[in-house]
Design a protein around this ligand. Structure first.
Ligand code: GLC
Length: 423
């Protein structure tokens, strides 16, 4: 199939395939591999120029504890995440599953078991959708770099890559997301045979969604380390580290970890732009989740249990309809969620008993605090809505963030501009 026909075909089936993901909003990324044992970033092999012969023994030394994936999945569930994406093979080339394509894998080396299978089982146990991260770039395979300059090496490397992807798509039942990463060193989707590779994945997993890192505009874009909406109509998911590294990084001090409030800020920005947040944890070599991930994520889950209506589900984009402060001027990012006639105003800095929202052009029918359902008294004036009788102090105990739910007669519109005169 040629590229245009492939892209047209997947675009036609996308709305049905991707609906669950658009409504899920929040997922957990897990980076776990041999590099976790070194604990100095998942790129350590490349950054410290560790020769393959010196790196490989990590494969035999690796002894994860019993089924740590259950701990990740339990945490993801408690944090209000709906799906997970785990590194089945990172750039180091070590395969976490029982592959027939290479001995450099978890079943045949130190762990002595199929870690991908354990992960899949844990996701199913905790009712989370299942994503496989797969790095196209491979620092271990002899053809992983040579493929750029040697046609025979490229053929071998593509056969290897397609063989691995085929196993992942065949051996573990239904898989929901295929998440490719770094397509170095081949410079085009033609050279990677991306259409052929992803068509094969889709044949084996007809419901799957696939990210865009195979150099094709597949189902969603992947802004990294910033939460920035892609153009309207394009599905996107911001992937974020928790502390600046994807892999286990025990030397990261506490203040380098995103706070609970920062995580909510990312969720808010993602929701406003109709996007998703994929937040990473880098488990320790034995698979344990770093304590700070629990400390920061459990309150997010408690908050979402009360305020999830402002985050999950189908949303409209707020840009062009609702404003408040630009992202840089507001610690919570864009502070609105929009769903049809209902808008949710994120209040991360509590105003006290009364305040106003300016520039609302649509008639407001009802206001309430989302978490408690408590109605809020309001008065609509031509260029602002006054709210009164609010609690004196921030009512939210988990993240100091409350949501004011506003129900209008129509999809609301706000126009503030920079002046103070109504024109
Ligand atoms: C980058 C990094 C990689 C990480 C990935 C996650 O591409 O190379 O280490 O896994 O981002 O998005």
């Amino acid at each position: 199939m040629d590229k245009e026909a492939y892209l047209a075909e997947i675009a036609a089936s996308r709305p049905d395939r991707i609906r669950w993901w658009q409504e899920a909003r929040f997922g957990m990324f897990v980076h776990w591999g041999l590099y976790s044992q070194i604990g100095r970033h998942e790129w350590v092999m490349n950054r410290e120029r560790i020769p393959i012969a010196e790196y490989e023994p990590l494969a035999d030394a690796w002894k994860p504890k019993e089924r740590p994936a259950r701990e990740w999945a339990a945490l993801a569930k408690q944090a209000g995440m709906k799906y997970m994406v785990m590194t089945t093979k990172h750039h180091e080339g070590f395969c976490l599953w029982d592959t027939q394509m290479t001995d450099y894998n978890a079943a045949k080396r130190g762990p002595g078991r199929d870690l991908v299978r354990e992960y899949v089982e844990a996701c199913r146990e905790f009712d989370l959708k299942i994503g496989f991260y797969y790095s196209l770039m491979d620092w271990h395979h002899p053809d992983g770099a040579a493929c750029a300059v040697d046609e025979a090496a490229r053929r071998r490397f593509l056969d290897y890559t397609q063989g691995l992807v085929r196993e992942l798509m065949t051996n573990y039942g239904k898989i929901d997301i295929l998440w490719y990463d770094v397509s170095w060193p081949l410079k085009s989707p033609e050279l990677w045979e991306s259409v052929k590779m992803s068509s094969m994945a889709r044949e084996l997993q007809p419901h799957i969604i696939i990210n865009n890192r195979d150099q094709l505009d597949e189902d969603f874009g992947t802004p990294e380390e910033h939460v920035t909406a892609e153009q309207a109509g394009r599905n996107w998911e911001a992937c974020m580290t928790f502390n600046g590294a994807w892999g286990y990084m025990p030397s990261a001090p506490d203040e380098d970890w995103h706070s609970t409030r920062a995580v909510l800020g990312m969720l808010s920005t993602a929701t406003a732009g109709q996007g998703n947040l994929l937040l990473n944890i880098g488990p320790a070599p034995d698979g344990s989740v770093p304590q700070l991930a629990y400390d920061r994520l459990l309150p997010v889950g408690k908050w979402l249990a009360q305020n999830g209506e402002a985050v999950y589900g189908q949303v409209d984009r707020t840009d062009g309809r609702l404003e408040w402060m630009p992202v840089s001027g507001n610690p919570m990012g864009r502070s609105w969620t929009l769903k049809g006639n209902t808008a949710y105003f994120w209040i991360a800095r509590w105003p006290g008993r009364a305040f106003a929202i300016g520039g609302l052009k649509s008639k407001l029918l009802k206001a309430s605090i989302l978490a408690s359902g408590q109605p809020v008294e309001f008065e609509q004036q031509p260029d602002r809505v006054l709210f009164r009788g609010l609690p004196e102090a921030q009512p939210d105990e988990f993240a100091g963030t409350s949501i004011l739910k506003l129900e209008f007669v129509e999809p609301p519109r706000q126009a503030l501009g920079a002046g103070c005169v109504v024109l």
